[in-house]
Design a protein around this ligand. Sequence first.
Ligand SMILES: C[S@@+](CC[C@H](N)C(=O)[O-])C[C@H]1O[C@@H](n2cnc3c(N)ncnc32)[C@H](O)[C@@H]1O
Length: 259
Amino acid sequence: MLEKNKIYLMDCFEFLNEINNETIDLAVIDPPYNLNKGKWDNFKSQNEFMNFTFKWIDRLIPKLKKTGSIYIFNTPFNSTYILQYLINKGLIFQNWITWDKRDGMSATKRRYNNSQETILFFTKTKEYVFNYNDIRLPYDSKERIRHAQKKGIIKNGKRWFPNPSGKLCTDIWHITSERHKNKINGRTPKMPHATPKPLEMIERIIKASSNKGDLVLDCFIGTGTTAFAAKKLERHYIGCDNNKKYVQIAENRLKNGKF
Ligand SMILES: C[S@@+](CC[C@H](N)C(=O)[O-])C[C@H]1O[C@@H](n2cnc3c(N)ncnc32)[C@H](O)[C@@H]1O
């Protein structure tokens, strides 16, 4: 078994071979999408891409504990295939999360502009961690909530009072992409990576689906967002990327707190 709290310069298949079975509490996987965002995201055909995707999924599933969870990012189109594959492998579907990126993924004028990504949330069995109280969000209707806090609202014959920590988190996540967040006068500055995920999004996943001291795995770690969030939230992490530059960026981020 590889040592935890480290990021390895390794191919994902080689890396996953070195992880003991049933040792991972949570896998946060942001893999290639076959959108040509870099050399690493370029496949000869959709078929080749799906074969690659199914191959790493096959290697990863045995590494999850029986109580483990897995989150997989991708386009909605690719996610339809991934979802079916995971169901056939016997994993338990929990959510199809739509990430509203507040940003366009393309500039097409031939159809609606894609502005969402999918995050599939599956668990290995029906016994799993879900800390719903740790990911509550502010209520939308401030006025109604202010009123309800004083007197409550009658719901299904019972008096309901809002939770002081906010509402339950839904499966639509409105989180601005890193690219969009960092725009200066409408222009995107050069980022260290084409597709870094927003830290608050990865933190939400880790808070919900793991406990302090648990082990979080990411086999496509890029700028190290998963490792950084795991460390911040007092979880252990283990990850890899096959690009030396990204491993260095991730290691620096873990040391200095920024890219
Ligand atoms: C979508 S990015 C991950 C971005 C990351 N979530 C972040 O927040 O920075 C996917 C990463 O997978 C890496 N990658 C692609 N193919 C790989 C492989 N076969 N083994 C390991 N890493 C790979 C790429 O170098 C890239 O950094």
